[in-house]
Structures are given as structure tokens and as C-alpha cells.
Design a protein. Sequence first.
Length: 164
Amino acid sequence: MPGRAIDNDVVAFMIDHRMGHREPLGSLEQHVMAVTLRLREKAYGAEIWRELNTRTQRDVLGASIYSALEGLEERGYVEARWGEATSVKGGRAKKFYSITESGMAALAESKRLHDAVWEGLEITYPRGRVALPRLNLKEAERAPTSGEDQASATETAKVTRPLA
């Protein structure tokens, strides 16, 4: 889009991704990794599932958590180790997870991109509507169109849409 500044880091990430250098994390993967970080040495499948459901206030299926963990492990973003067998699990050992260095880099990049997209936006939920008030466009991000002065090009925008 003419007159719109593009973050060079975002462009580099997109090029790297297209060339197969990095794989972006999906939201479930990001959540699983963040919970794994939070739980530290207590991060095993069932505990990750409980913590994620508590924090998101959703009912994520345990199979989804294990599938995400398996995919993250295959990509080298998490590593697993087996704990000792316990009577709590009927004599079975727990599989504990931790984030690898490349996993930390991928998670940090995902958070940075997420924060860049949401920077300057506020969301409120008045009467069943989503409002994005005060979307201030920086001078470098949007040049005025013909017949428009810079003040009106950078003034506050309000966007609303009904909740589904």
C-alpha cells in the first residue's frame, strides 16, 4: 500500500518463513509453550492441559495438547524427558516438557509479531459490539490522500462490528 511503512523485521520473518527457515507458531502452540514455560519442571501433559484450560477459560481437548506438544517436539521447539513412575498414574511415568533455545526464539518472535499487530489498539465490549477506538495512525504509516490534510489522516478511527 503506497505511503505505508512496513516493519523490516516482519518482512525478514515472512521471507525466512517462505524460504523454510522458520515456521510460525499457531495460537494453540503459543499457548502450550507459554504454559510450559510457566509450569517449568512441573510441565507434563495433564498439568499443561489443566493450566491452559484454567487460564484460557476454555475446554481444550487433551488430545489437542498432546498433538501440539508432539508437533513442537518434532520441530525442535520443545524437548521431552521421562520422569519416574508414580503410583498416581498407576505406575506409569510422566513425560515432562521444556522449551528449547529455538523454541524460545520462535515464541519470542510470535509474541513480538502479536504485539506489533495489536499495538495502539484497545478492545471493549459495549452491548455486544467490538469496538477498536483510537486507532492512531503514525505519520510514517499513512500519508494523506488528495484533498486530505495530515491532521485528518492521523486522527482517531473507530471500527465496530457485531459479535458473532
